[in-house]
Write a protein that binds this ligand. Structure first.
Ligand SMILES: Cc1ncc(COP(=O)(O)O)c(C=O)c1O
Length: 512
């Protein structure tokens, strides 16, 4: 399944023990501390120890909080390579791409930029296509920032439903076969957008998806928000870039170890990546702050260094998570959900850094177990559904596994009424382009009156979080029933709904 140690410092000719941007920032901060570098510039706290931020966070942090366009950091009046350039080059090398951009607005920013870049590159990607309607085949369960990006860019999503595990309320990914069918049905599509791994650690067959996309003459964009750590140890699945993806969006802060909100976009190799690179550069600039936080950027540099130089620590984390799973397998009340992934055709590999536990054998919902872990055992897990909890362990990091296992073993027996997830109803027909529907005149009507009208909003019932209705699609009675049932279930909710019970729905004022 894996090329052993694909992205480790032993396979690179660059010196990954360095963190050039973080080191340069630290030098400036030291000079700032010593009074050798005095600021009369933004940020306006000026690293003054009497400022509220310095008193709260400590002045180590304010001395490090240096704005962009600083010589020796990200600027060089002589036009030479800056520490920021070097840091980005090291990151590209680490993930196996030709180019990397650092983001301070999360993978959400990366998804917006990638959609804008696809649109910006569309005439080169499909010279004969109709510029009024630029189609992209997209996994329907992508993060909302992808659909938002498509709306901003005026792209037309051809949404393909991924496989859904209805029993446990989880969406997986697309298979190459499903993608092939979708691209056959829409030969004008200019690109493919998928998400892998899933929240639950299911990794799609990225090599297969890339092969299919390329055979149809289009690039593959992968939202790898949950897979920043992939490929950094032989025990982890390979990352999407090394498997042929052309553009990869990565929430480095999720499992890669950088500070919250920091992320990266990586450009692959090959003709489609060549074509997309300048467009990404251009579109990212449109949605990036001109005062990006040096702290966040330094954290990306440091996270890359850790991932590249700490294989033993990553091995220890993998072992620790394996031990948690092994201990829980001894208790028949708990199911290790990822053990069953081997039976799913759409799951190609499993990210071991998640502990996905089916809690139903305790008679408690995942939500109740999560709540009890927090309040009675001082332990926070990432998320819960009716059926499962998901714990995450950052690559190279330690977690108190004994505490988690003990907390779970101590769970009392409950008698939760578990509401089985109904089969996901098919979405209504699309009658208007996404962007047009979002910006068209709309009105709020009762859910019953909305049936047969065109939705102005996106609504996704959790679980499983796959949008049931997208702007521009017809609202169907089946979808309203499903959304209202999800909203009425304990802990269920509908993202994007006007009100929690989905009593009212925003639809287009005009009827087609
Ligand atoms: C698949 C996916 N992509 C992108 C994002 C957005 O990431 P960020 O929070 O870094 O903006 C998320 C957030 O959870 C996500 O689940």
């Amino acid at each position: 399944m894996n090329d052993a140690g694909a992205n480790t410092s032993s396979t690179s000719s660059l010196d990954h023990s360095r963190a050039p941007f973080a080191e340069a920032l630290a030098e400036l901060a030291k000079a700032s501390h010593a009074g050798e570098f005095v600021r009369a510039s933004v940020p306006g706290h000026l690293a003054d120890p009497d400022s509220g931020v310095a008193r709260f966070f400590g002045s180590d942090l304010t001395h490090l909080d240096i704005a962009p366009l600083t010589d020796g950091l990200d600027a060089d009046p002589a036009g030479g390579a800056t520490p920021l350039d070097e840091a980005r080059q090291l990151a590209a090398d680490a993930w196996g791409g030709q180019r990397t951009w650092f983001l301070t607005g999360g993978a959400s920013q990366g998804n917006l930029a990638a959609c804008l870049a696809l649109r910006s590159a569309s005439s080169a990607l499909a010279p004969n296509s109709d510029s009024a309607s630029v189609d992209v085949v997209v996994q329907r369960s992508v993060h909302s920032s992808v659909m938002d990006g498509m709306a901003l860019a005026g792209l037309h999503p051809i949404a393909v439903m991924p496989a859904v595990d209805a029993d446990r309320g989880m969406a997986h990914g697309l298979t190459p076969e499903l993608l092939d069918e979708a691209l056959h049905n829409d030969p004008g599509a200019i690109g493919v957008y998928v998400v892998s791994p899933s929240y639950f650690g299911a990794v799609s067959d990225i090599a297969g998806l890339a092969r299919v996309a390329h055979a149809h003459g289009v690039p593959l964009v992968v939202d790898e928000a949950w897979g920043a750590h992939l490929g950094f140890h032989p025990d982890l699945p390979l990352n999407a870039l090394r498997l042929g993806a052309d553009l990869v969006i990565c929430s480095t802060h999720k499992l890669g170890g950088s500070l919250g909100q920091s992320a990266m976009v990586h450009l692959g190799r090959g003709p489609w990546a060549e074509l997309l690179g300048d467009h990404v550069d251009r579109t990212l600039r449109m949605i990036t702050s001109t005062s990006e936080s040096g702290l966040l950027i330094a954290s990306l540099d440091l996270a890359r260094r850790d991932l590249m130089t700490s294989p033993e620590q990553i091995a220890d984390s993998v072992q620790a998570v394996n031990e948690i799973r092994a201990a829980l397998r001894q208790d028949p009340r708990f199911g290790i959900v990822t053990d069953d992934f081997v039976n799913s055709a759409e799951v190609f590999a499993i990210d071991p850094m998640r502990v996905v536990i089916d809690t139903r054998g305790t008679g408690l919902t995942g939500h109740e177990v999560r709540h009890r872990l927090f309040h009675h055992h001082g332990m926070q897990v990432e998320m819960s559904t009716d059926a499962v909890i998901v714990g995450l362990i950052g690559a190279g990091r330690r977690v108190d596994g004994d505490r988690l296992v003990k907390g779970l073993r101590d769970m009392p027996h409950g008698n939760a009424q578990l509401v089985a997830l109904n089969r996901l109803p098919s979405p209504g027909d699309r009658l208007m382009p996404l962007r047009q529907a979002i910006f068209a005149e709309s009105e709020l009507v009762s859910a019953t009156a909305a049936v047969g009208r065109i939705s102005a909003d996106s609504m996704a019932a959790y679980p499983p979080g796959v949008p049931n209705v997208l702007p521009g699609e017809v609202v169907t009675a089946d979808n309203i029933a499903f959304l209202q049932a999800a909203a009425a279930a304990p802990h269920g909710y509908v993202r994007g709904a006007h009100d929690p019970a989905v009593d009212q729905v925003r639809v287009l004022a005009t009827r087609l």
